[in-house]
Design a protein around this ligand. Structure first.
Ligand SMILES: *Cc1c(COP(=O)(O)O)cnc(C)c1O
Length: 365
């Protein structure tokens, strides 16, 4: 469809009314998560005739959508989540952006959306970050969260793939996920609901999967748990993942296991990086099926020493308690040593404090 090699050229149209330096400094001191947005955003458009075109960075602001815009009705939408990190020398980096670009293309394929060339994806993310580099917080575990997304923007109520698609990138400064030290989360095992079904969209990063996880997530909260874990939808036996994070199990012999990709699990870039990192750190690492019995019995017997969840937003999150209708097991209120060592190693690479032997880091500016 396109010459994939030529780097696209985007226009940059700076906002005449940027946030004041004082207000921005105030926001960057305590950004929270997903609350504040930088001054600029990226948009690009796809149509069958013109392909991807009109890529531009411009002032952040509301989109005006006709009420019949297809995405509002049929949820033809995908997104990505990544971060920009400020290193000690002031340079700004992203982590494995080509992996996000590749996953974005896979998600697009499943949702019958047009595939965005990697040059467009990485170029748009870089240009947006460069334009708002003053919004990348430094210090601690702060970062600029980057949210690329794509949606059906054709005004049409017929059910078919949209003939007009909009791609955007917005960015949002993010504070440390754990503000008072890394603390284990509690997990509710959902038995009434599944996140994804065989042949469905579980392996695609689409808003619809998240919509389906909100009710079970609310059920988890009612049970006093912070996150919800899902099993496979056929046998109700195999551990899949949380609503937005993958799972890892650390055994008492130091070996590490994560559920193998089943077609209904989202392939996290944090998950895949940990497969490599844990091996670098000397752990035996395995992708295989893990049953809910193995999780429960393993934690109860001590055979499973640590459980953690992983994803871009929270990096690595220790899991303390697993609770279900009828009981619970826990590994305690302390983060495990293996969880913490992998977490530190990954953060050290991302923040430029450690060697990057796998060339994961990408310099933006
Ligand atoms: C995004 C996501 C993850 C984590 O992926 P990362 O690339 O590590 O951020 C895990 N599960 C689901 C359902 C997700 O949407």
């Amino acid at each position: 469809m396109h010459a994939m090699t030529a780097a696209p050229s985007f226009t940059v149209d700076l906002t005449p009314t940027p946030t004041s330096d004082e207000r921005r400094r105030q926001i960057l001191e305590a950004p929270g998560f997903g609350l504040h947005f930088s001054d600029h955003m990226f948009t690009g458009t796809w149509t069958p005739d013109a392909g991807w075109h009109d890529g531009q960075v411009h002032a952040y602001g509301p989109l005006s959508l006709d009420p019949a815009t297809a995405v509002l009705h049929y949820a033809q939408e995908i997104f990505e989540g990544m971060k920009a990190y400020a290193h000690a020398d002031g340079s700004i980096w992203t982590f494995r952006p080509e992996a996000n670009a590749a996953r974005f293309r896979r998600s697009a394929r499943r949702l019958a959306l047009p595939e965005l060339p990697t040059e467009w994806f990485v170029g748009a993310v870089d240009e947006t970050i460069r334009t708002d580099r003053g919004w990348v917080p430094s210090g601690g575990e702060r970062s600029l969260y980057v949210r690329p997304f794509m949606f059906a923007s054709e005004v049409f109520l017929g059910v078919r793939p949209s003939q007009r698609v909009t791609f955007c990138v917005i960015t949002s400064p993010a504070g440390a996920y754990f503000t008072k030290g890394v603390k284990p989360v509690s997990i509710w095992l959902s038995t009434d609901y599944n996140r994804a079904g065989a042949g469905g969209t579980g392996a695609a990063k689409c808003g619809g999967n998240y919509a389906a996880s909100l009710l079970p997530q609310r059920e988890a909260a009612e049970q006093g748990c912070e996150q919800v874990a899902f099993l496979d939808s056929v046998e109700h036996t195999w551990v899949e993942e949380l609503g937005g994070m993958n799972l890892y199990f650390v055994f008492d012999d130091g070996s590490i296991v994560t559920p193998e990709l089943s077609g209904t699990i989202l392939e996290g870039i944090t998950r895949s990086s940990i497969l490599t990192l844990a091996e670098d750190l000397g752990h035996k690492v395995e992708e295989r099926r893990v049953s809910i019995e193995e999780w429960r019995d393993g934690v109860a017997s001590g055979r499973i020493a640590e459980v953690f969840a992983c994803g871009t937003a929270a990096v690595l999150t220790p899991v303390g308690t697993l609770k279900w209708d009828g009981g619970q097991v826990g590994t305690g209120e302390q983060a495990g040593a293996v969880t913490l060592s992998i977490r530190d190693q990954l953060l050290d690479v991302q923040y430029g404090r450690a060697e990057d032997p796998h060339h994961w880091m990408h310099r933006v500016c």
